[in-house]
Design a protein around this ligand. Structure first.
Ligand SMILES: [Zn+2]
Ligand SMILES: [Zn+2]
Length: 146
């Protein structure tokens, strides 16, 4: 995991450059995104901020995420009916999703990505601009029936 404090500073700087307003809501949201524990979706981020900031709106959450996406500072995991986010590691990396408990784990630190890119280029002469690698299955805890 990238140091959440460093990520937080980066996210703040990026929004500063864009001249964004900093409310306590927004800073708290950036803190959450810097960690991105479990790859939350917008609703989960909203729900975890609401006890502390009862006036926060879901629109603020979406707006902030969309600004950070434009800056390439948050990775969107597009699951068709829902989007989850990783603001800790904003670069493309594989994710492992458990069909049983729904956990989304990082599947990075694997080296086959380069090989896949190479093979796509050789076989299809296709230029990859964006990638999303998702593996569905059952996590270790669920296999053990926990
Ligand atoms: Zn599971
Ligand atoms: Zn991730």
């Amino acid at each position: 995991m990238t140091d959440p404090e460093l990520r937080y500073q980066t996210l703040v700087e990026k929004l500063q450059i864009r001249g964004s307003r900093f409310t306590s809501h927004r800073l708290a949201l950036l803190r959450l995104l810097a960690v991105s524990e479990g790859h939350p979706n917008a609703m989960q981020l909203f729900e975890s901020l609401r006890p502390q900031f009862p006036t926060i709106s879901l629109a603020t959450v979406y707006k902030t995420i969309s600004l950070l996406k434009e800056e390439g500072e948050v990775l969107e995991i597009d699951l068709h009916n829902d989007s989850h986010y990783d603001g800790n590691k904003p670069y493309p990396h594989p994710h492992l999703i458990c069909d049983v408990c729904g956990i989304i784990m990082d599947g990075d630190e694997i080296h086959f990505k380069q090989i896949i890119h190479q093979e796509i280029k050789e076989k299809f002469n296709f230029q990859v601009h964006r990638e999303q690698m998702v593996f569905y299955g059952v996590c270790e805890a669920c296999q053990k029936g926990k």
